[in-house]
Design a protein around this ligand. Structure first.
Ligand code: P5A
Length: 429
């Protein structure tokens, strides 16, 4: 993409209303714009990152055996009256009426809807176990939307739902999703800590939240220091992590005799990027879903639900990966891989060389954002640092004369001077 033809409204000044660094950088780097309180438009560069995060989340859900579908954002109140949550959910739920006076709502989550869809399509126990998921916008009328998309009112969630014939199966589905979450966050370049959590309005008695430790996190977590030594990529990470003491603050407060000695108990702030629940037959009973088992006896399937804050993850990644000049995107979610900077857009030789590099890289499938604008070099470097693409490839008159270019890894201090061929070889993996 040529910057001269793109839409990248970067800001020089830090917006006064943004308190946390991720929110400041998302506004400055032209990723998002607020359109109403807690509601954001995703600008082209931000949308690319959102799509990449979504693709990784989707790939790991698919790999875990979950099946994707897409449910609507708007739901009928009837469903929620049947489950008893219409009144229980409170003012966070955005409610309205259609032209016929029917009560509707903008979905804050989909337990009710998936249960009825699955109920109506299942014939026998042979159709279970099954996990279904979608990646869809949610609305929660948060009292205090803040930190940009981290606590928005409209936000993108991946929500999966598992159905099993018995509790042991349900717990196995829960553990499989737990393991898939560890993989997902690792692929996003994040270290996510799982902690035992309260179940709130979703219900049930088994629940974990996944937290990115950061001082700007909204929650507080308590854990045994031994957790820091566990490699989240190890095959036995799920077993070790579920055995270790790690609690969200509200859960920790309920513990009378904390088993962790004071010198090993750590307390940190965390950003909750995922939350999983096992709640058994709460919704299948309320919504009248039963399946005949092999022995002819009808049972209410055991359910779990599993959320990832897809849009919130973008804020969490930036909180974990930035410096004083801007964002430092992990390769896996960078909106483009290379910032190609032509220092002299008015110089024919530079323009010819930069155009050729752009064509070669693009043809090789490398995602390039080409700064071909007629701007000063300083401004181009500042923009490239701010938007944080992993590589900066710099074309200038001296190099063009000598047949060289400069290549820099965002976040590293050194800039390498190398031949065009060597630079291409490094970027085309
Ligand atoms: C699990 C999936 C649920 O809603 N039902 C379906 C369950 N869980 S949850 O914890 O309430 O939300 C799941 C994740 O969504 C993100 N999230 C938010 N992101 C941005 N702004 C918000 N206001 C917001 N609320 C929730 C979090 O990452 C949360 O873990």
């Amino acid at each position: 993409m040529r910057l001269s033809q793109y839409f990248l409204p970067v800001l020089k000044e830090t917006p006064g209303d943004a308190q946390v660094v991720s929110h400041q950088l998302m506004l400055r780097a032209g990723l998002i714009r607020q359109t109403s309180s807690g509601i954001y438009a995703w600008l082209p560069l931000g949308l690319r990152v959102l799509r990449k995060i979504e693709a990784i989340v989707r790939a790991e859900q698919d790999r875990a055996g979950a099946v994707e579908l897409l449910m609507p954002t708007i739901q009928s109140a009837e469903l929620w009256k049947e489950s008893g949550r219409f009144d229980a959910y409170g003012p966070e739920m955005l409610r309205f009426k259609d032209r016929h006076g029917r009560e509707m709502l903008y979905g804050p989550t989909n337990e009710e809807m998936i249960t009825t869809i699955f109920r109506d399509g299942v014939r026998s126990y042979r159709d279970l176990p099954r996990s279904l998921y979608h990646i869809q916008w949610k609305f929660r009328d948060e009292v205090r939307p803040r930190f940009g998309i981290m606590r928005g009112r409209e936000f993108l969630m991946k929500d999966a739902y598992s159905f099993d014939m018995d509790a042991a199966g349900g717990q196995a589905s829960y553990r499989a999703m737990f393991a898939a979450y560890l993989k997902t966050f690792a692929r996003l370049g994040l270290k996510a800590v799982p902690v035992r959590a309260p179940t709130g309005p979703i219900g049930g008695d088994l629940s974990h939240e996944f937290h990115i430790l950061a001082d700007t996190g909204e929650s507080e977590v308590f854990y045994d220091a031994a957790l820091e030594d566990i490699d989240l990529n190890d095959a036995d990470a799920t077993e070790r992590l579920t055995a270790i003491y790690a609690m969200e603050a509200e859960e920790h407060a309920k513990v009378v005799d904390c088993p962790v000695p004071a010198d090993r108990l750590r307390s940190r702030r965390g950003i909750e990027v995922g939350h999983i629940f096992f709640f058994g037959t709460k919704y299948t009973e309320a919504l009248g879903m039963s399946v005949q088992g092999p022995d002819g006896v009808n049972v209410h399937p055991q359910m779990g639900s599993y959320g990832i804050g897809v849009s919130r993850l973008m804020g969490a990644i930036i909180e974990a990966s930035h410096d004083k000049d801007g964002i430092v995107w992990p390769d896996a979610v960078a909106p483009y891989q290379v910032a190609l900077i032509n220092l002299r857009a008015d110089d024919t030789a530079c323009k010819t060389a930069a155009d050729a590099l752009y064509d070669q890289l693009t043809a090789a499938g490398v995602e390039v954002l080409y700064d071909d604008r007629d701007e000063r070099g300083g401004a181009k470097f500042a923009t490239a640092d701010l938007i944080g693409l992993p590589w900066q490839l710099v074309i200038g008159p001296k190099g063009v004369a000598a047949g060289t270019v400069e290549l820099k890894r965002r976040g590293a201090a050194a800039r390498d001077e190398l031949s065009v061929e060597a630079a291409l070889a490094r970027l085309i993996a």
